[in-house]
Design a protein around this ligand. Structure first.
Ligand code: SF4
Length: 371
């Protein structure tokens, strides 16, 4: 069964009712369980469960240490191009937003990557807007074939591809993909993606499945927090990750928590998500999916990220620039969104150590899986 079928069969009115009627007794009983069900997860996302956030956090910490130890994997994005054929109304790369458009040549990307290599990064994420004529498969293959020799892990966060295209990239060394559905609520999806290839909800939704069939090691999903209603979106993310985990058990399924930040699009969140809700979602996901990677980007402030280190986070970006050429060309013109945590990789590493955790640059888990 495809995930779209799972989603179509999901009774969201029942989910709302479970959440609305969640009792203290139910939350307490779930917190004493070894394994929790999807229904339990919904209860942990309820308003009643907010009163048990400390207990949830303690349990999330214990589970994370059991499966991941006290380590945080650090990575950095490289933006290839901010040209885009889409009109996502929340994004600074939206084709309707005026501003400088930059697409890096292969050699410019290699230079950005060399800079990050010298800063200690071994895990990079190639990011771009949807401009297939510029960010072509041939262009990506050329970049990855070179970078693969130096970097331990190369993931892509670009537009959805066909399965045969993923196969081509996988064959030259891409080992992971990040693809956010942005919003699972179909009505809101339509509203915020009015034009361009991204308006195809189902093609995007099936992307992690196409990637999973190819065999990518890391599949990272998420909802752009601030678009859909909190509980419904968090429920869908949990359902999606759980589906992928069962179907592609050899891949590491990860979840990111991208919360809408200021950008050239001047977009205001439709359903703003509070810090407390983000923490609740992260802890509830950890309890529901003990072995999922949980990723926090520099969209969030340094203080907030530091506080989440011990609660379930497994990966963090650091020193990120969100414009093409942003590392070597300090001019931040053309960035996708405003970075909140502007600390250097040394400062982020130090903050991780102060929490009693170890910053890591090489994914030992992956090395062991593939040996
Ligand atoms: S979110 Fe992605 S697809 Fe949409 S406008 Fe921005 S870069 Fe383009």
């Amino acid at each position: 069964m495809k995930f779209i079928d799972v989603l179509n069969k999901t009774d969201f009115s029942k989910i709302s009712s479970i959440s609305e009627h969640a009792s203290d007794l139910e939350v307490k009983s779930i917190l004493s369980k070894e394994k929790i069900t999807f229904e339990d997860y919904i209860i942990l996302l309820s308003e009643t469960a907010v009163n048990y956030l400390e207990e949830m956090a303690r349990k999330a910490q214990m589970i994370t240490q059991k499966f991941f130890g006290k380590t945080i994997l650090l990575y950095a994005p490289i933006y290839l191009s901010n040209e885009c054929d889409n009109s996502c109304i929340y994004c600074g790369f939206n084709q309707k937003v005026s501003g400088k458009r930059i697409s890096l040549s292969v050699s410019e990307v290699i230079k950005e990557a060399d800079f990050l290599y010298d800063r200690g990064f071994r895990h990079i994420l190639l990011v771009s807007g949807e401009k297939k004529g510029i960010v072509s498969i041939a262009y990506l293959k050329e970049i990855v074939s070179t970078l693969h020799k130096k970097f331990e892990s190369i993931s892509i966060e670009i537009f959805p591809l066909e399965e045969n295209e993923y196969k081509e990239l996988f064959s030259v060394g891409v080992d992971g993909i990040t693809i956010y559905q942005e919003v699972y609520d179909k009505e809101i999806y339509k509203k915020v993606h009015p034009a361009g290839p991204k308006s195809d909800y189902e093609f995007r939704l099936a992307t992690p499945e196409r990637a999973g069939r190819v065999g990518f090691y890391r599949i990272n999903i998420g909802a752009l927090l601030g678009l859909g209603e909190f509980q419904k979106e968090a429920a869908c993310v949990g359902l999606h990750a759980s589906y992928l985990r069962k179907k592609f058990w050899k891949s590491q399924i990860s979840i990111s928590f991208p919360r809408i930040q200021g950008s050239g699009a001047n977009f205001k969140p439709i359903n703003p998500i509070s810090d407390k809700q983000l923490v609740q979602m992260l802890c509830a996901l950890r309890l529901f999916l003990p072995q999922a990677g949980l990723v926090l980007s520099t969209r969030e402030s340094g203080t907030f990220r530091d506080n989440l280190i011990s609660l379930g986070t497994t990966q963090m970006s650091a020193e990120s620039k969100t414009s093409p050429g942003g590392y070597l060309n300090c001019n931040q013109e053309g960035e996708q969104f405003n970075v909140s945590d502007k600390r250097s990789v040394e400062e982020v590493s130090q903050a991780i150590k102060l929490k009693g955790y170890e910053p890591v640059f090489k994914d030992w888990d992956k090395a062991l899986t593939q040996s």
